[in-house]
Design a protein. Sequence first.
Length: 161
Amino acid sequence: MSKLSLKTEGDTHVVVTRHFAARPELVYRAHTEPALIQKWLLGPDGWTMPVCISEPRPGGKIRYEWSDGAGNGFHLTGEYQELEPFSRLVHVERMHLPDPTPDNHVETRFEPDGEGTLMTMRMTLPDSETRAAMLATGMDEGMEASYARMEEMFASGKLAT
């Protein structure tokens, strides 16, 4: 069963929430440090991320490249806009499938929640058509597979303070 909750708001927003059994500092680091991102942000089993650029500072670049090992792949580019260490990230991203999608403005919050963290990611797309196309990809399944992998990193102690 998925721990991820995805809902839409208005015509252009997608809000994703998920609880992690780890402190906000660890969940934040897992979202910003390239060596950690490459371990969990892989989507369905069988995919890898051979290229991961994450420069967590205002204006810093983001580039993730995924491969399925059979010659198929895609990538994402973006820029960080705002960072509040361990509590909030704001960035812009675009998928290249191979043509770039319109900009997706993403704000992610990491809030203490009991012994863990409640992550809330709010995506703002330019229009309802772009949002519908993004949701039609089954993105929630790939996101939950990745987040489950992150949760395993925390549980196994592979990510410590």
